[in-house]
Design a binder for this molecule. Structure first.
Ligand code: SF4
Length: 472
């Protein structure tokens, strides 16, 4: 008989009732083993204990292998043993995804009494089956935790999207910013760790990964783009390779990857084909802050020598559906009226889809405080208002162009299974900062929507920064 894994509980609180016990058998290759580790981590985090024997368990999970005939036989025999000795069995892993003679599921054909069958990389489905058949213990500690994502740790976002930080700190010294003095210079996380975390998040049910840092395009500069390892293969610590790998990891889960805080360096051009071919979302959050080269120099912005307008127009040629979000500062010290008008013209030509703007305000300790030409508050505020009027006109025009289109929408809110409508977001909307798609009740009575799932919606209207869609 295969050895049943044992693991001690993580909960620091002794449960009043004995904790439910799960027997676990892990067969197959190292990839199957990491699946087992993820499931065991989740079980442990939720207060389940593991049993060394089938008889001593309340339920048994068998993680199977379906690679060669011997492995199939061993897996089927183990399931048979677990059914004979325990009776309550959940099957996961590669064999779970195999079809038998006649087209049905092989495991179900051979062992019809198993409780549930999933394929590999199905931590959430396995956990759902466990919850259904062996309710999780009440533990005041772990019940406070909304989600556990294995090595990805606790996330405070809704379970269907998560932020993934790829580096800490920043090598730039923008004159209005004091972040580097608080967080230090750029330190990139090892590429293998970042990619493992992405994998764990998707396996935990995340449908949208939001990649964040202070300067995403500088990823790996601090380690000279050294080669790391992930999934047994070399991967450079560099934005292009990282984004390519994110796209690969997200694909089997049908999940989105969204990039934030990307500066307009020439190297970013290489990411655009990945957006044009759907590997990652055609969405870039590029904090530009201004358009006039002299203001950018006074700000000491990264990529301040670049021709940003030409770069953005080129991006739109490569990937016409790209949505660009940005933030700007109006009334920076020394900003002349013509420099400000340069910014308004830039907005009209670059057609930034989503823009935010701050009236400049001094930050204690920032170098910009010493730049001559501080403008009166009234001028700074008035420029911000003028900027937002242009930005909103551009944005509204772009939103109106979507009327009649059918878009994929990730559902964020859907009471009563969405029968009365709900809200969601398209690829053009990052959570918290952009608009939403307000979903009307579906036309078809049988159509339902669930939080964290995708639906398609036909866009029928615009309301402020939001779209209105009918689920189809
Ligand atoms: S790029 Fe500039 S604004 Fe951004 S964190 Fe670094 S210094 Fe601050």
């Amino acid at each position: 008989m295969s050895e049943v894994l044992s693991q001690s509980p993580l909960s620091p609180v002794a449960p009043v009732k004995p904790a439910p016990r799960v027997g676990f058998v892990s067969l197959g290759c190292p990839k199957a083993l990491t699946d087992s580790e993820l499931i065991l981590t989740r079980l442990s985090a939720e207060g389940y204990q593991t049993s060394k024997t089938f008889e001593g368990a309340d339920l048994v999970i068998v993680n199977t292998c379906g690679f060669i005939d011997d492995a199939v036989r061993e897996s089927l025999d183990t399931i048979g043993e677990a059914l004979a000795e325990n009776g309550k069995v959940i099957v996961t892993g590669c064999l779970g995804a195999k079809t038998g003679d006649g087209g049905g599921n092989l495991v179900r054909q051979m062992h019809p009494s198993v409780l549930a069958v999933t394929g590999p990389h199905a931590t959430q489905e396995v956990m759902d089956a466990v919850h259904l058949n062996l309710p999780k213990p009440h533990d005041p500690f772990v019940d406070l935790v909304p989600n556990a994502f294995g090595i990805a740790g606790i996330k405070l976002t809704p379970r269907h999207y998560a932020y993934l930080k790829i580096s800490e700190g920043c090598n730039h010294r923008c004159t209005f910013c004091i972040i580097p003095s608080m967080r230090g210079d750029l330190v990139s996380r090892p590429v293998g760790d970042v990619l493992n975390e992405a994998q764990a998040l998707f396996e935990g049910g995340v449908k949208e990964l939001l990649v964040i840092s202070q300067d995403t395009s500088a990823y790996g500069v601090d380690v000279k783009y050294r080669t790391g390892f992930w999934d047994g293969r070399p991967v450079k610590t560099r934005m292009l390779e990282l984004v390519q790998a994110f796209g690969e990891i997200a694909a089997p889960f049908g999940a989105w990857v969204r990039l934030h805080y990307v500066y307009p360096y020439p190297s970013v051009d290489e990411i655009l084909p990945l957006m044009a071919t759907g590997k990652v979302l055609p969405y870039l959050d590029v904090p530009l802050q201004h358009s006039h080269p002299d203001v950018l120099k006074r700000m000491k912005r990264p990529a301040n020598g670049e021709k940003n307008l030409e770069r953005i127009l080129r991006w739109r040629e490569i990937c016409p559906e790209i949505v660009i979000r940005s933030t700007f500062i109006a009334g920076f010290p020394g900003e002349t009226e013509s420099e400000f008008e340069h910014l308004l013209d830039f907005m009209r030509e670059a057609k930034i889809d989503r823009a935010g703007c701050f009236a400049y305000s001094p930050v204690q300790g920032a170098a910009a405080n010493k730049i001559p030409g501080m403008l009166p508050l009234q001028v700074r505020e008035e420029r911000r208002t003028r900027f937002m009027a242009v930005a909103e006109a551009v944005s509204s025009q772009k939103l109106h162009q979507r009327i009649g289109a059918t878009m994929q929408v990730l559902v964020d809110h859907a009471p009563a299974l969405g029968r009365k409508g709900g809200t969601g977001r398209s690829y053009a909307d990052a959570p918290e900062i952009d608009g939403v798609v307000k979903l009307l009740p579906p036309e078809k009575i049988s159509k339902t929507m669930k939080v964290g799932e995708f639906t398609r919606a036909r866009i029928v209207g615009v309301q402020g920064h939001d779209l209105i869609g009918v689920p189809v």
